[in-house]
Design a binder for this molecule. Sequence first.
Ligand code: ADP
Length: 246
Amino acid sequence: MPGSVTFCELPSLVEFVGVTRSYGSRVAVEDIHLGLDPGELVFLVGPSGAGKTTLLKLINREIRPTCGEVWVDGLPAHQLSASKVADLRRRVGVVFQDYKLLPRLTALENVAFALQVTDLRISDEEARDRGLDALDAVGLGDRADAFPHQLSGGQQQRVAVARAVVSQPPLLIADEPTGNLDVETAWQITDLLEDIANFGTTVLVATHNVEIVKRMQRRVLTLVDGRLVRDQPAGRVGRLAWAAWS
Ligand code: ADP
């Protein structure tokens, strides 16, 4: 009908459908149902052993679910053949607590190398240019030639973030990205992750940092004993949210 408006729901970028993952007889996550939308910044919290890392590894297809389905940007991570896993990984940037930079490569080489690994057709020159752009974006354009040991922890984590987003993936997952950083630097990295989400990337951050989660007022998923016990929308993160695990 002319003039009428059709509303349609955008598909989730990440979708967990009844996902359980066990290690032997140990159930790490159980019956997880979850959707993450494009451009959301979401925190994943819970005590040690709650299943946060397992959930992130399921997204990146480091592990497969014991049962259930994991969809990432339209790809079935739960049943991808080994040859298709690279397609999935191109869509998922990853940041770790301990940065995991290659120590013998400069900041720029770390970023450019990651780009070329995900796409073998990218020339050295293009990788260098895009790597420099990514380092500029995280405020480290002037340290491109520094080796990891010449950078502070916060700077190394910025390089790691640049490496994770250089291929402009629709999704960034971060496992305790501020766990090794002092309070001020942790905030700087969090601001960076927020900027990345504001530019349209979905960002999922597993963290123990209660202060950051409270003040950011973003969506919070709480895992306890492998169960998703709370899914709090952005802006409604209050005291009760922490009772289960803090
Ligand atoms: P979190 O990241 O919240 O600390 P994990 O996902 O690392 O939790 O772990 C969830 C549960 O799965 C824990 O009980 C842990 O001991 C178990 N687990 C994790 N990885 C393995 C593994 N490779 N082998 C056996 N058990 C594991």
